[in-house]
Design a protein around this ligand. Structure first.
Ligand code: SF4
Ligand code: SF4
Length: 646
């Protein structure tokens, strides 16, 4: 990605929001970057790793978000500038350390980038990181377009150094993954020496020990820093107003919603009647700046994703200033003008605006939406969320499902977060019954495993991925071993953080820069903890099924590692182990009593039901040649032919 490193000040280039954040960090002279993969944040570390050598950066994929923040904070304590990107779920993981860090303060500029996912396009929830800024008492910035994503990131480092505290910069999926034009700034030649000064007096933030203790002293200091942030925000160029001097309605917004609001105001032709107050510094709000605009009108609409964070803050300010600015009528999420869940778009904002302003707008009405849905249903090919052709997880869940059926004690699977979360859907034979945070599967199984005293006799299995194992399942395994939990942990080891783009983890012999790194053996770690460990190839269906059934009979904590590299991994992509054929003389389709096991139940996308011939067929274009379907066909109609390598 040469443009990220382009040293041509003033030129305009098309950049994804995450690239703009990277460029802003480079222009700020960032030295260290650490993160854990998670959509929509992953491209920040990925792009920084690409320019690491040239820009003299240290970049790592850490084991989890808390550790990545600790790595970045160490750089800051040694006087360097550091960035730590993560998705919204990651902030929960990092929040334990974040609370201490906010108390201790920082030295070199430290920017925590949180990429939220309104609408949960790639997430298991649409949690909001903004609340952490308020709860943990650190400043929050939200870029409203791609240029701001770059400029604001650069400024965030300066702000962090001025305040001597971590600064949170919040993006959302449509900011991180959409693209826009960005004017480049200068790349600095900033070779700084890292040094942790630790021989100064106890309360000297630049040279003394770094800790949030004594707590009351540091907490007081932290609140002074927030007051200073508020003062600085009064003059921030990232807070702007556009619209008439005396608008009938003031729309207050920020982040990607700025773009939706601009478009909605334009669509309704309301430029002369509606003012748009775009806020980039969304916590703490600058009271004098806000008062000036809140005083302009009586009606105020607040547009934001996902829950009414800004709305609540603005209402508090308006209540405090009511004697001077008068009583306001608020519209937003609390009164239902703007939806409280999911992503927004210009149409949803226009619908809300049209209701308040009485402006006619041909938004997508219910009838149109119904017709569009019907057309999509009739015209688009049927497509369920499924595993890729040749995905080892389909084979794993086939065996797990069969084993639980044969065990016949109403056993169930506690799942985790990864591609294998599809184990809860038909693609995984609806095997996973519970899924929460990363690492929670085994923690929950420990809990279920202790309910025997209350009459519970259902066996539990837990599935987690190899990256998740290092991220958060390890402490749960310690708990399971120590408390003699009766459960089986199945590690679906496909050699990478596949869901987010094959980022390496400690179980692989490479690091974020693609350099050789010590590999940590999952099996040995589990054995060292005292768990019984068995390793199988999930493509060996019968052996895997039999192993699970045997493990279900055993007491204590057992670990089954199902090891088979992801079908889409760079090492495997395009390579087939087998050419597959259907022997039409053996495939009796509906007649043979299998109930079309291959296309109705196993449902690998590489298998097709040929309606004319009434036989199954292999789609040679997408079949990955794993050969697993040959073992599920009870008629022996699916054949592995010679091993091939394409
Ligand atoms: S290929 Fe095998 S499983 Fe599929 S329909 Fe034919 S006989 Fe049944
Ligand atoms: S061999 Fe069978 S299971 Fe494997 S990818 Fe091809 S069709 Fe799917």
């Amino acid at each position: 990605m040469p443009k990220l490193n382009e040293d041509k000040e003033g030129i305009r280039v098309l950049m994804m929001g995450n690239e703009a954040i990277v460029r802003g960090a480079l222009e700020a002279g960032v030295n260290v970057a650490a993160g854990y993969p998670g959509t929509p944040s992953s491209e920040i570390i990925e792009n920084l790793s690409k320019v690491a050598q040239e820009r003299h950066l240290y970049v790592e994929w850490s084991t989890n978000e808390k550790i990545s923040l600790e790595v970045a904070a160490a750089a800051s304590f040694a006087g360097l500038r550091a960035i730590c990107p993560m998705k919204q779920n990651g902030v929960n993981v990092a929040s334990d350390f974040l609370l201490h860090l906010a108390g201790s303060g920082t030295r070199g500029g430290l920017v925590l980038v949180t990429c939220d996912d309104p609408g949960a396009l790639s997430s298991a929830n649409e949690g909001e990181s903004r609340h952490f800024a308020r709860m943990i008492e650190i400043p929050l910035l939200e870029p409203g377009d791609f240029q701001e994503a770059k400029d604001m990131t650069k400024w965030a480092f300066e702000l962090s150094e001025e305040l001597k505290n971590v600064v949170m910069l919040r993006s959302v999926t449509r900011m991180s993954h959409a693209s826009g034009m960005v004017r480049l700034g200068k790349l600095p030649e900033r070779m700084v020496k890292a040094e942790f000064k630790c021989r100064g007096p106890l309360l000297d933030q630049e040279t003394g020990p770094v800790s949030s203790m004594p707590v009351v002293y540091h907490h007081t200091l932290q609140q002074e820093k927030l007051r200073r942030a508020r003062e600085l925000f009064e003059e921030s160029p990232f807070n702007t107003y556009e619209g008439p001097e005396k608008p009938e309605l003031l729309v207050i917004t920020g982040s990607a919603c700025t773009l939706y609001c601009r478009e909605a105001i334009h669509l309704l032709g309301l430029k002369d009647r509606v003012g748009l107050l775009k806020l980039g510094t969304t916590w703490p709000l600058p009271p004098k700046f806000m008062k000036k605009y809140l005083a302009l009108t009586e009606k105020i609409l607040i547009v934001e994703e996902v829950i009414p964070f800004l709305e609540d803050s603005v209402k508090i300010l308006a209540a405090e200033q009511a004697a001077e600015i008068g009583i306001k009528t608020f519209y937003g999420k609390n009164d239902g003008t703007i939806p409280m869940v999911g992503e927004l778009n210009p149409d949803l904002v226009a619908a809300g605006l049209s209701k308040i302003m009485g402006a006619p707008y041909a938004s997508m009405d219910g009838e149109y939406a119904k017709e569009a849905q019907e057309a999509a249903g009739a015209l688009a090919p049927e497509r369920d969320l499924t595993f890729c052709p040749g995905c080892p997880h389909r084979a794993s869940f086939w065996s797990i499902h069969k084993a639980l059926q044969l065990d016949n004690r109403k056993g169930f699977v506690c799942g985790d977060i990864g591609c294998y979360s599809l184990g809860a859907r038909p693609a995984g034979f609806s095997t996973v019954k519970i899924a929460h945070a990363m690492g929670s599967g085994l923690g929950l199984a420990c809990g279920f495993g202790k309910l025997e005293a209350f009459g519970m006799d259902q066996p539990t299995l837990t599935v987690c991925g190899d990256s998740t194992f290092f991220h958060a399942a390890l402490p749960a395994l310690v708990n399971a071993v120590h408390h003699e939990a009766n459960t089986t942990l199945i590690i679906l080891d496909n050699s990478g953080t596949a869901m987010t783009g094959f980022q390496p983890h400690p179980g692989l012999p490479i690091n974020a820069l693609g350099q050789a790194a010590p590999q940590i053996d999952i099996a040995k770690v589990c054995e060292a903890m005292g768990a019984k460990v068995v390793i199988r190839d999930p493509f060996e269906l019968e052996e895997t099924r039999a192993t699970i059934n045997a493990l279900l009979e055993e007491e204590g904590i057992k670990v089954l590692i199902l090891r088979q590299i992801c079908a889409l991994s760079p090492e495997k992509k395009g390579k087939k182990s087998h050419t597959m054929r259907i022997d039409e003389s053996r495939c009796l389709g509906e007649e043979c009593g299998c109930n079309r096991l291959c296309t109705r139940v196993f449902r690998c996308p590489g298998l097709i039901w040929d309606k004319e011939k009434k036989k199954s067929r292999i789609d040679e274009v997408i079949c990955a040649g794993c050969g697993v379907c040959a073992d599920i066909c009870t008629s022996g109609a699916i054949r592995r032919e010679e091993p091939v390598s394409v």
